[in-house]
Write a new protein. Structure first.
Length: 158
């Protein structure tokens, strides 16, 4: 049987879903000088959607962080360009630090006796192919023979 292995197909479906869910309407300039609305992939949406943080406060944190980043743009509306540039750069460096913090939190793997919360890379790379081999006999079959379903070499000779 040829074709895409099932795990690759699933990953493609997930990526396609993620891209479709991250599109937003945006005004795009036309050649005639006007604008028209088009669906554009928003990379911030993809980045936030792929974070693996189980907290009911994460959405609120993202809102506050994005509002903080918007202050960097608003500085140009209320200050001289030189001062606004300095303030905007300072704000965006802090926002980047918080983004690194989100990445670090999302990269954690949490485990205890009853639960397991894997990080996104672990989820995407983990292949759950478990096989059980039952090797019975009194030494007539080797381990490899048992895995391949063959009889032991000594039985073939006799």
């Amino acid at each position: 049987m040829s074709g895409i292995p099932e795990t690759e197909k699933m990953h493609n479906d997930v990526v396609d879903f993620l891209i479709e869910a991250s599109k937003t309407h945006q005004d795009v300039p036309t050649l005639q000088g006007g604008t028209e609305k088009q669906l554009i992939v928003n990379p911030k949406k993809i980045w936030y959607k792929t974070q693996n943080i189980n907290s009911d406060k994460f959405g609120r944190f993202v809102f506050v962080l994005e509002e903080f980043a918007n202050m960097a743009l608003d500085a140009f509306n209320h200050m001289s360009p030189e001062r606004a540039n300095v303030l905007a750069n300072q704000i965006m460096r802090k926002v980047e630090s918080y983004n690194f913090s989100i990445d670090a939190k999302s990269s954690e793997t949490v485990r205890d006796n009853n639960n397991n919360q894997a990080n996104l890379l672990h989820i995407l790379t983990h292949k759950t192919i478990e096989k059980k081999y039952n090797v019975k006999g009194e030494g007539k079959r080797t381990l490899l023979d048992g895995m391949l379903g063959r009889q032991g070499q000594s039985e073939m000779d006799g």
